[in-house]
Design a protein around this ligand. Structure first.
Ligand code: PMP
Length: 449
């Protein structure tokens, strides 16, 4: 291949060039086939190469690809906003479209700050969050992210918004078990609010299932109810970052629905366009929009490509595809089957510490010792090794972990397209087993050597 000037994640590595994708598989130029058990980055929720989506894209492109949001609206954007309002629990009715998950969480942050400003309260500007979390890469979103590895270089530019421990039951900092713990980690929020002052805090943001930073860490039963109550009692909005979980990944449209909680604002991304177009959204409830509608009359944010008609048409087609093919309903049973099978691998591979997650957002955490839960040394780059072996075997899994703080261990996420069939799940499991067996051989050889 000719010299490349494309900046890639690791410039000293060679990346396969993908030729095409079909369903859960991707094919590179050399003809190698990959089972996309990560949906890229938990994005390709309906699989690759779905013609209906491409046709919707083409149809819109033939009419108009771009109109500027302060001059025009479009049928596609209007229909998408209406569909989202129909699908949302409660009165989460108002959509603001952006182009990435980071923009969505930052817009949610700005909506929350504006909500208080419109009521004459100018001091409520902080958006608290948890450690072992990820809300995006732009500086505002990174300020909310408790991902030490991704924060490290930019700390002087960031706000100290991560303030509490995550509901990481496998490594509970209190050495307790839910529900007997009384959700001690959620109650930390109450203490943080007291310390910082509710008059300084606009909102609290959390991922319903912790993704990139932790590896599919789902909370215990009443965790989010406890969090929501603390927010309500202290006059703080609750933002759910559903960028990874939204639109069916865990078996319900919002993952928050699994714990009977309705947020004040939701951020969506990834699965919203399922990889067919860059589209994301911040969706606000009637309560949040009321003072904004009565005051400034719009959310004070926006991007050139916000509500881009072509992206909106694609997202609408993705949601219609999910609906027409009754895909979300099947996620729970597929997820339970896959999780049970992964769980069984613990007996075979002593380096599997924890198998966890919800729906088709599953995680495996690797440990040096199953009994003591001792993580591998960070410098052993275990996650990267597993991901690389998997790729060699034709299996894509997503690397997770907070990076440099050693609080949590190495983990991968397994999150195939929601459309995956039973037979493809069997194939996925076979490839996972092959990968872990090869990894086992590798670490045994390293120990002996
Ligand atoms: N929030 C969550 C929960 C995410 O998983 C991600 C992406 N991994 C983001 C925000 C940022 O999204 P994007 O990469 O599209 O900016």
């Amino acid at each position: 291949m000719e010299k490349s000037f494309l900046i890639k994640p690791m410039l000293d590595e060679i990346y396969p060039v993908i030729d095409y994708g079909k369903g859960v598989y991707l094919y590179d130029m050399e003809g190698k086939k990959y089972l996309d058990a990560a949906s890229g980055a938990v994005t390709a929720n309906i699989g690759h190469g779905v013609l209906e989506i491409i046709e919707a894209m083409e149809e819109q492109a033939k009419k108009v690809s771009f109109v500027y949001r302060s001059q025009f609206t479009s049928e596609a954007a209007e229909k998408l906003a209406k569909k989202i309002a129909d699908w949302m629990p409660g009165d989460l009715n108002w959509s603001f479209f952006v182009n990435s998950g980071s923009e969505a969480t930052e817009t949610a942050m700005k909506m929350a700050i504006q909500y208080w400003q419109e009521q004459g309260i100018l001091t409520k500007t902080k958006v608290l969050s948890r450690w072992v979390s990820y809300h995006g890469i732009t500086l505002g979103a990174l300020s909310m992210s408790g991902h030490t590895g991704r924060r490290a270089r930019f700390v002087p530019l960031l706000e100290d918004f991560p303030v509490i421990n995550p509901p990481y039951c496998y490594r509970c900092p209190y050495n307790l078990e839910a529900p007997a713990c009384g959700y001690a980690c959620a109650n930390e929020l109450e203490m943080a609010i007291k310390r910082i002052g509710a008059d300084q805090i606009a909102a609290f943001i959390a991922e319903p299932v912790i993704g990139a930073a932790g590896g599919a860490i789902a909370p215990p039963k009443d965790y989010f109810k406890t969090i929501k109550k603390i927010c309500e009692d202290n006059n703080i909005l609750f933002i759910a970052d559903e960028v990874m979980t939204g639109f069916g990944r865990t078996g319900t449209v919002l993952a928050c629905e699994q714990w009977d909680v309705i947020p004040d604002i939701v951020a969506f991304g990834k699965g919203m366009g399922a990889g067919y177009a860059p589209i994301a959204a911040a969706v606000a409830s009637e309560k949040v929009m009321a003072p904004i509608l009565a005051g400034t009359k719009s959310v004070m944010s926006g991007h050139t490509l916000s509500a881009n008609p072509q992206s909106c048409a694609v997202s609408l087609a993705v949601l219609e595809y999910l609906e027409k093919n009754v895909i979300i309903k099947e996620v729970e049973s597929k997820g339970i089957f896959l999780k049970n099978q992964l769980e069984k691998l613990k007996e075979q591979f002593s380096f599997i510490g924890d198998v966890r997650g919800k729906g088709l957002l599953l995680g495996i955490e690797f440990v040096e010792d199953q009994e003591t839960k001792t993580p591998f040394p960070r410098k052993a780059f275990i996650t990267q090794k597993v991901v690389r072996i998997a790729m060699e075997k034709g299996l894509l899994v997503y690397p997770a972990g907070a990076g440099i703080d050693g609080v949590n261990g190495d983990a991968i996420i397994i999150s195939p397209p929601l459309t995956i069939t039973e037979k493809e799940i069997e194939n996925l499991l076979l490839l996972v087993k092959e990968t872990l067996a090869a990894f086992s051989n590798q670490i045994n050889a390293e120990t002996v050597g």
